[in-house]
Design a protein around this ligand. Sequence first.
Ligand SMILES: NC(=O)c1ccc[n+]([C@@H]2O[C@H](COP(=O)([O-])OP(=O)(O)OC[C@H]3O[C@@H](n4cnc5c(N)ncnc54)[C@H](OP(=O)(O)O)[C@@H]3O)[C@@H](O)[C@H]2O)c1
Length: 250
Amino acid sequence: MSNKSTGVRPEAPVALVTGASGGLGQALALELDALGCRVAVHYNSSRDAARAVQEKLTNPSVLVTGDVGSWEAVQGIYADICEALGPVDVLVNNGAIRKDSLMAMQNPADWAQVIQTNLIGSFHTARAAVPAMLRQRWGRVVNIVSPSGIIATAGQTAYSASKAGLIGLTRTLAAECGRRGVTVNALSPGFMITGMTKDLPERVIEGMEGKAPIPRFVTVEEVARSAGLFLDQDCMTGQVISIDSGVSIT
Ligand SMILES: NC(=O)c1ccc[n+]([C@@H]2O[C@H](COP(=O)([O-])OP(=O)(O)OC[C@H]3O[C@@H](n4cnc5c(N)ncnc54)[C@H](OP(=O)(O)O)[C@@H]3O)[C@@H](O)[C@H]2O)c1
């Protein structure tokens, strides 16, 4: 039985990639562009990096900025995208921060900022973008999570809680949106060398490499390649797709 309430994929979907100035975000923006999307390249503070990404895109695009942790800022970002390209059809919640510390020593403001950015920020962007997706009966939300959302790593209560919360948001929003052609999934990359991880001591990085069933780190390009899966699959929703060298099964 076909789902008569589902619309069709727009010919050149508008895709917002938050944190497109960062390691994975850049690769996601390039991949979505290659798949025919018109990309809204979002940055928070790294304007030059975001501009460099935009210059590589082949389809119409727009540069947008703001802190996703602020509802006012996200409303501004959304309005800028609508004006330049139209409503967002594909939302990739990629922008995030990590402020690791053992909880007994953690600054409460840092803990709250991680939740505000990674979890509440993803709610803000979805809250802005999903209503129009529901109205047109086609849309895609992809939330970037992490094995840390399910695997305990000392020092990561904030990051882990933010990503575990985002998995819950993904599943529940998927249940709310499925009847109207909007899928909501999560993508869980393994360890990647990016701005987020470059501060880790070399010995920690060396200690991690080779521990997974596939004994190497995943690249941002390998993770970004999964974007096509989310665009094409009408019946995949509420899932966490792990591209993590198998680390989440150990
Ligand atoms: N690297 C890994 O090993 C790994 C593993 C699993 C999951 N992930 C996830 O992958 C995603 C991308 O991370 P990455 O590794 O590519 O790190 P990254 O290079 O540090 O990129 C993080 C991005 O988040 C943006 N950002 C930071 N604060 C923001 C805010 N308040 N509002 C909006 N955007 C903000 C940054 O923008 P500006 O630079 O412009 O400020 C940057 O573009 C994240 O969700 C991360 O949790 C990473």
